[in-house]
Design a protein around this ligand. Structure first.
Ligand code: PLP
Length: 352
C-alpha cells in the first residue's frame, strides 16, 4: 500500500516547507550516505564542508566552522553544551528570553545548567533590562532569537552581545527559522554585526532543503573542539556532532538548495512571503481582529477559540501562540491563493 505524505495546500502553521526540486533530487541521491563517518563517506563529508562555507557566507563569517545538524533543537543543545564546557564557575546558567524555543529547556535538562527565562518587552523582543538583571558571573551563555517561533521577532543582538561580554559569557543566536530571510532585511543579527559566538540556522526551514537539515555555525573551530569525542571504531578519529549516524540526504539537499537559491532565489522568496504576510495581516485587521504586525513573514492575530476550531475542522493546519493568538507562518509553499481561500473560509464562518 502506498501512503501519501501530508499535502501542503492547507498547511499554515509549519516552519518547514516543500523542499526545492533540486534539494529533493540531491536528497534522494545521497540517501545512503553517512556524514557521521567521513573517512568512509568522503564525498558527503566534502559536501558538508561546502554547506558550512555557504552558511558562513550567509551569516557573515569568513572562516566558519560547524556542521549540518538534525535541526534547530540539536544546534541549540550543542550551543549550550559548548558554553557549559567553557564555563569556569561550578553552577553555570543560561539566560534566554521567554520567546526562546522550547529546545533550550531540553538543553538545560540534559546538560544540567540553570535556565533563566526572562520576559520580553511589549514588542515581543528580549528586554535588555531583564537580561542584564538576570546575567551574573555564573552566566555561561546569553541567547538571542533572530526570528522567534511565535511572532517572528528579532532580538537586539548587538546589545545582547555587549551584556554577554560584560559578564564574560558567550552569545548564541537562534536564527533557525529567520536565518534565510534576515540577510534581506535591516536587522543586525549576524556574526559580522555583533560578538556572536554560535548560531543555529536551519536549511530545512526557510532554506528549502529536505528534512533533516539544520545548521550549527560557530565563530572558530576551537569552539567545535569543545564538543569533540574520540571515535575509535570509525575511520575518522573524532566527532563533534550529537548524533552519530547522520543524514547525507540532509547535507546534500542543503548544498543543492543554497547553490540554487543564494542569494537571488532566497531574496525573491522573502519578498513573496513578506508580501503575503502583510496582505494577510491587512485582511485580518480589516475584519476587526487584533493583529501582531509581521516584521518577518509570520502573522499572529487574536481570533476567538471557536473560530480557530472551526477553521481547523475545515482542514486548515493552524496553531496558536502561548497567549492564544492564531499563528500563520508564510513559508514558501504558502501562496496568496491559499491565504485568500483561508480568509474566504473565515468570512463564511463569520456570516453564520
Ligand atoms: N529555533 C527556532 C527559532 C524554531 O522556530 C525552531 C522550530 O520551529 C527550533 C529552534 C527547533 O527546530 P527543529 O524543530 O528543527 O529542531
Amino acid at each position: 500500500m502506498q501512503i501519501e505524505p501530508q499535502a501542503f495546500d492547507r498547511v499554515l502553521s509549519s516552519m518547514c516547507t516543500e523542499p526545492h526540486p533540486v534539494a529533493r533530487e540531491a536528497a534522494e541521491r545521497f540517501l545512503a550516505t553517512n556524514p557521521g563517518d567521513p573517512g568512509t563517506y568522503p564525498t558527503v563529508a566534502t559536501l558538508e564542508d561546502e554547506a558550512i562555507e555557504r552558511l558562513g557566507e550567509i551569516v557573515g563569517l569568513d572562516d566558519p566552522a560547524g556542521y549540518v545538524a538534525s535541526g534547530g533543537t540539536e544546534a541549540n543543545v550543542q550551543a549550550v553544551r559548548i558554553a557549559r564546557e567553557r564555563a569556569t564557575g561550578p553552577d553555570p546558567n543560561v539566560v534566554v528570553p521567554e520567546s526562546g524555543h522550547f529546545s533550550f529547556q531540553k538543553a538545560a535538562e540534559l546538560l544540567d545548567v540553570e535556565l533563566r527565562i526572562v520576559p520580553t518587552n511589549d514588542h515581543h523582543r528580549a528586554s535588555l533590562e531583564a537580561v542584564r538583571a538576570a546575567a551574573d558571573d555564573e552566566t555561561a551563555l546569553i541567547v538571542g532569537v533572530a526570528g522567534s517561533t511565535e511572532y517572528g521577532r528579532v532580538d537586539p543582538i548587538p546589545e545582547l552581545g555587549v551584556i554577554a561580554r560584560e559578564v564574560d559569557a558567550m552569545l548564541h543566536v537562534d536564527a533557525a527559522w529567520g536565518g534565510f530571510v534576515l540577510p534581506f532585511t535591516d536587522y543586525e543579527w549576524h556574526f559580522g554585526h555583533a560578538p556572536v559566538d554560535t548560531m543555529a540556522i536551519d536549511p530545512h526551514k526557510m532554506g528549502q532543503a529536505a528534512i533533516p537539515s539544520g545548521g550549527l555555525v560557530v565563530r572558530s573551530s576551537e569552539l567545535l573542539d569543545e564538543l569533540a569525542v574520540d571515535t575509535p571504531y570509525l575511520e575518522s578519529t573524532s566527532q563533534a556532532t550529537l548524533t552519530g549516524t547522520r543524514s547525507g540526504a540532509g547535507v546534500a539537499s542543503a548544498v543543492a538548495a543554497m547553490e540554487e537559491l543564494w542569494p537571488a532565489g532566497y531574496r525573491s522568496q522573502y519578498v513573496r512571503s513578506q508580501n503575503n504576510a502583510e496582505w494577510l495581516a491587512d485582511a485580518l485587521e480589516k475584519r476587526g481582529y487584533e493583529v501582531v504586525e509581521p516584521t518577518l513573514p509570520l502573522v499572529a492575530a487574536d481570533v476567538p477559540q471557536s473560530t480557530f476550531e472551526a477553521l481547523r475542522a475545515k482542514g486548515w493546519r493552524i496553531s496558536r501562540t502561548a497567549a492564544g493568538e492564531l499563528r500563520i507562518v508564510c513559508m514558501p509553499h504558502v501562496t496568496r491563493a491559499m491565504l485568500a481561500s483561508f480568509v474566504g473560509d473565515l468570512d463564511r464562518l463569520e456570516v453564520r
